[in-house]
Design a binder for this molecule. Sequence first.
Ligand SMILES: Cc1cc2nc3c(=O)[nH]c(=O)nc-3n(C[C@H](O)[C@H](O)[C@H](O)COP(=O)(O)OP(=O)(O)OC[C@H]3O[C@@H](n4cnc5c(N)ncnc54)[C@H](O)[C@@H]3O)c2cc1C
Ligand code: FES
Length: 281
Amino acid sequence: MQNPYLPYPVRIEDIITETEDKNLKTFKLVFLDPEDEKKFNYRAGQFAELSIAGKGEIPIGIASSPTEKGYIMFTVNKVGLVTSHLHNMKPGDIMGVRGPLGNWYPWDVMEGKNIVIIGGGFAFTTLRSSVVYMLDPANRPKFKDIHVIYGARSPGMLLYRDELAQWETRDDIHMHITVDATDDPDWPYNVGFVPTVTDDKAPAGDADTYAIVCGPPIMIKFTQPVLDKRAYAHDHIIMSLEMRMKCGIGICGRCNIGKEYVCKDGPVFTLDQLNRMPKEY
Ligand SMILES: Cc1cc2nc3c(=O)[nH]c(=O)nc-3n(C[C@H](O)[C@H](O)[C@H](O)COP(=O)(O)OP(=O)(O)OC[C@H]3O[C@@H](n4cnc5c(N)ncnc54)[C@H](O)[C@@H]3O)c2cc1C
Ligand code: FES
């Protein structure tokens, strides 16, 4: 059996600076051994541990979709030690990826349903993976209406801007991009906070509609009552938690909430499950 702590070696193929403050970069990584790519068989919603030799290891959501072949992608916010080292790396540099880890959005359960993606700030990473996955020609017929509500502080803080613009032109996805504020008189999308746009644009909740919600705590706090008002059942609201982690495989006990290990039993939980867990997240 392979050592679960051993990362796959990968080469940085490309680095894209996503936001105007330059604190968010997307890293496109290629497996040195193509056999490793086959073993790294992931679903949208999972994460991996990214490692830099001698510097450390960090859990990061997988931003690419399993339908995108030949590379994997991660979007990383520069906040501290390891993320700063990563931001200083260059295309061609070698690093490690361990995973895929954790559970994923419940794709089997959500087949045949309406999907409402609600994201804020840089938590849009695994939501990008989800949208790309659902829009793949082989998968799009499996879902009914797809809505995407995505907000950032300003236009320059939105991730994946070229892709968002491309999705806007499609008629098989309802895009509701928003910013908290902008000076741009030609800004073509919404201005307002994610909960307000959710109230305006999200379809009403019913047995056929699931919401996947990822964002900063303040966004979650104000979006949840809106979804309640719009009659979303708590087992139809899916969230992803970001806890401090170490092993990522349910061994070290660093990430547990009550008896649940966020790294192994999560990071994806329904709001119904979270309601029954101690409020430690
Ligand atoms: C399942 C999961 C998915 C994640 N996905 C992403 C992602 O897609 N993109 C992204 O940029 N970040 C993501 N994070 C957060 C990321 O893991 C941390 O920002 C990172 O570990 C910080 O490492 P550092 O060495 O640079 O920071 P440190 O030097 O260790 O700390 C700097 C600051 O970051 C905070 N911090 C450290 N570790 C974490 C952590 N695990 N979660 C939250 N805050 C932390 C510290 O409290 C401190 O304020 C994810 C975390 C988890 C658990
Ligand atoms: S990070 Fe070790 S048990 Fe979850």
